[in-house]
Design a protein around this ligand. Structure first.
Ligand code: ACM
Length: 766
């Protein structure tokens, strides 16, 4: 049986009717620590005490209620060291009871929780409703309390949107089945219900297909990019066996998460073409590597009958594994150069009577979506499929902003909002130096929280075609699973609240509830980002002392009356009672600062520690410098081998940084640490816009310009760093004596694109 979440938006439900009748509008704080905030919370009087005397009760032969009760019991065991029995049948005597009950009047995923001093009742019509009731009830008890009290209240809840998704890219980097299960589990506790699993791309094919073993024996492995001087890289890759996928799908189904696999076509196909070159669109069918580059590749599937037969055979196996009514067939970024130049493709186009390459892609996706329809499934595609002739049952995933979703809804097609950059979680989430690699433009937690799916330009009927929203975890720069957690959490919590909770939501209230969510993340060992609360240091030299600023408070405005940074200067752990930061500190070299953010008594950031020394104010990392431009701004680490804690901030189009306001009065010493990085980017025509070929030596130079980037440079040759894959400190150089402060422009002159050079830090001091 398909575990069919109905992704069709319903007319007004019993919950909405009840809510309208009650006219409840409660202070957000009434939601306790629950994320996403429930639709309605109605306070009662008294408390229900959760302790070892409590029993969970489910109706006889209600497996869904049993599953929800056991899920709750297991969560409380994990986070609250409580072991509560699950019993079948009505409550006995005066035992405090948590009862799971069916009702017939709720739709979809709705549930009610009624808390009274003697009994808690969770009721819902569907299995999903019972499950989400269990998840909310779990969150009503703070982590680690060994039991505790839950205030009497009635919660009536249901989601705003039926599609609340995350996309995981397992092609660019591969995650273990255990990681995928962990992600599904935490998705479920955020009431996220769609995992769009990006399983194939240019850099790796990750799904076992029995009929075509080379897809994984060849297509799942690549040789990572590297620079001269680094050890030769080992093949990188991995894939999911069909048995592993079946287990993951069953695990997800038990948590009401639907997995929608994506098999990319006609572009993003290089790993498949590396395995089966005859399917490609270059007439000579050259052998291609599985790509180790990021960006948009030019290789497409051809349109020969044998290729469609291959794709249909692949899809047949995929459909067997994934019971979802939806199948994602990609469709994005298919540059048509090969189709235009291939005599075979052109001959096929003439035979089909198709005169242009765009129309060929329409033909391609119609054939595949028609095949899926014939099997009772619906195609989902990136918004490039939004073309004349799009099948009525196809779903448009809007990633170029929201305009394709808008157009699809008007046309009568279903759509999902997955816009770049608003929901692309490969962006860093703060300017803090501990953000892991990714795209440099900041997509903060608040940015995600403030994303609003409602489109006032659509009628109610058209609105119903917007199934919901989804955030994307593209993993080019997420080499490790810990970093996927960091990029996802807590931004997925913000996404969940946008997708589930009523439109009227409150950022300060969300921040207040976030500390409780962080405690849950810690209980499960998840490497969540604390960036929203993280302490950002700033340093300037002020006579003999170092002037230190600690900030993040703008983000916290209104979060809690007693929000602030607490610090120590004696090496001690900052506590809620430690000194409160209120103004810049003047401190001597040798001081150790430790600081963390508190909301009242609750510590919500990790501890930031630094030792002030003679370099502190003079040295600026690539994060603290300004980029001259942001063409393709990235935080990068060496592709092979372990990266540094603070990756390099660089614009791939223009590796150039500004050190603002350097004091040149005494002719200071300039020192810089630099590193070569592989230039592994497919940028198409944009690659020609990168300025190279201006080097004066085979290795290139670091140029130091004073007051602008066009002034005559001081030259530091890169030869000492050229054959070293790591970071090299170039020999120091005295800058000229000039009165006052000056902006220093630092750029690399290099003979060719590869390697790209990055600055780790620059120091201008005595
Ligand atoms: C995409 O980001 N190419 C869907």
């Amino acid at each position: 049986m398909r575990y069919g979440l109905s992704l069709v938006r319903q007319p007004r439900t019993a919950v909405q009717t009840a809510v309208l009748a009650l006219g409840l509008v409660l202070p957000f704080a009434a939601h306790g620590g629950v994320i996403p905030a429930p639709a309605q919370v109605n306070p009662g009087s008294g408390v229900f005490r959760v302790d070892a005397a409590v029993a969970l009760r489910v109706p006889p032969s209600d497996r869904d209620a049993g599953a929800a009760a056991h899920y709750l019991a297991n969560l409380w065991t994990h986070t609250n060291r409580l072991t509560l029995p699950v019993r079948v049948g009505p409550a006995e005597g005066t035992t405090p009871t948590i009862e799971f009950k069916r009702r017939s009047d709720f739709g979809g995923e709705a549930y009610e929780i009624e808390v009274t001093p003697r009994r808690i009742t969770v009721s819902a019509t569907t299995a999903a409703g019972l499950f989400y009731g269990a998840v909310t009830l779990w969150q009503l008890l703070p982590v680690g309390s060994d039991g505790g009290k839950i205030a009497a209240q009635t919660i009536i809840d249901e989601p705003r949107y039926p599609w609340r998704g995350l996309m995981l890219d397992s092609s660019r980097h591969f995650q273990s089945p255990a990681f995928v299960r962990s992600m599904i589990d935490w998705m479920a506790w955020h009431k996220l219900n769609v995992l769009h699993w990006h399983l194939t791309d240019d850099q790796g094919w990750r799904l076992e297909i029995r009929r075509y073993p080379k897809l994984t024996s060849v297509g799942a492995w690549r040789i990572p990019a590297s620079v001269p001087g680094s050890p030769s890289p080992k093949p990188y890759g991995g894939f999911y066996t069909q048995q592993q996928v079946r287990d993951i799908v069953a695990f997800a189904s038990a948590r009401h998460v639907q997995i929608i696999p994506e098999i990319e076509m006609p572009g993003h196909a290089q790993a498949a073409l590396a395995a089966y070159p005859d399917l490609g669109s270059i007439d000579s069918h050259p052998s291609l590597p599985v790509s180790a580059k990021w960006g948009v590749h030019s290789h497409l599937f051809n349109l020969e009958p044998g290729t469609f037969e291959f794709l249909q055979n692949v899809l047949d196996e995929v459909l067997q594994l994934f019971p979802s009514p939806y199948m994602h067939i990609g469709g994005d970024e298919a540059v048509k150069d090969e189709w235009k130049t291939s005599t075979v493709v052109q001959a096929r186009a003439r035979q089909l009577g198709i005169s242009n390459a765009n129309a060929l892609q329409i033909y391609f996706s119609q054939k595949i979506s028609g095949y899926l329809s014939s099997k009772g499934r619906r195609a989902v595609g990136w918004d490039e499929i939004m073309q004349p002739g799009l099948a009525a049952d196809s779903v448009v995933m809007s990633w170029h902003g929201a305009s394709a979703a808008h157009a699809a809804a008007i046309k009568g097609n279903d759509a999902v909002l997955a816009p770049d950059p608003q929901l692309y979680l490969d962006h860093r989430q703060s300017p803090l130096p501990n953000e892991p690699p990714g795209r440099i433009a900041i997509l903060s937690l608040q940015d995600v929280y403030e994303f609003e799916p409602h489109d006032a330009g659509l009628s109610d009927a058209q609105q119903r075609h917007i199934l919901g929203l989804q955030a994307e975890l593209w993993t080019e720069h997420m080499q490790t699973e810990q970093r996927v957690d960091w990029m996802a959490l807590p931004r997925a919590a913000a996404l969940a609240e946008v997708g589930w909770s009523p439109q009227q939501r409150s950022w300060p209230d969300f921040l207040e509830r976030l500390g409780a969510m962080f405690a849950r993340y810690r209980a499960f060992g998840l490497n969540y980002a604390d960036s929203v609360f993280g302490v950002e240091p700033g340093y300037t030299l002020d006579g003999g002392a170092i002037r230190v600023t600690l900030s993040n408070l703008p983000e916290l405005t209104g979060a809690a009356p007693d929000a602030g940074i607490r610090y120590t200067l004696n090496g001690g752990e900052p506590k809620a009672g430690s000194l409160r930061y209120s103004q810049p500190l003047e401190l001597p070299a040798g001081t150790q600062i430790r600081a963390a953010t508190f909301l009242g008594a609750e510590q919500v950031s990790r501890v930031f520690t630094t030792h002030l020394d003679s370099h502190t104010a003079a040295r600026r990392t690539s994060h603290q410098l300004e980029l001259c431009s942001n063409g393709v701004g990235l935080l990068l680490e060496p592709s092979a081998g372990a990266g540094p804690d603070a990756p390099f901030a660089v614009d791939v189009m223009n590796p150039c940084w500004i050190y603002r306001g350097a004091d040149l009065t005494g002719g200071p010493r300039f020192t810089a640490a630099v590193t070569p990085l592989p230039f592994n980017y497919e940028l198409g025509a944009d690659a020609a816009k990168i300025h190279v070929g201006d080097a004066r030596s085979p290795e290139g130079e670091l140029e130091i310009h004073i007051d602008g980037c066009e002034t005559p440079p001081i030259i530091l040759p890169l030869a000492p760093a050229a054959m070293h894959a790591g970071v090299t400190i170039l020999p120091a150089h005295r800058l000229p004596v000039l009165a006052g402060r000056h902006d220093i422009c630092l750029r690399f002159a290099r003979p060719r694109l590869d390697p790209l050079w990055a600055l780790d830090w620059a120091e201008i001091g005595k």
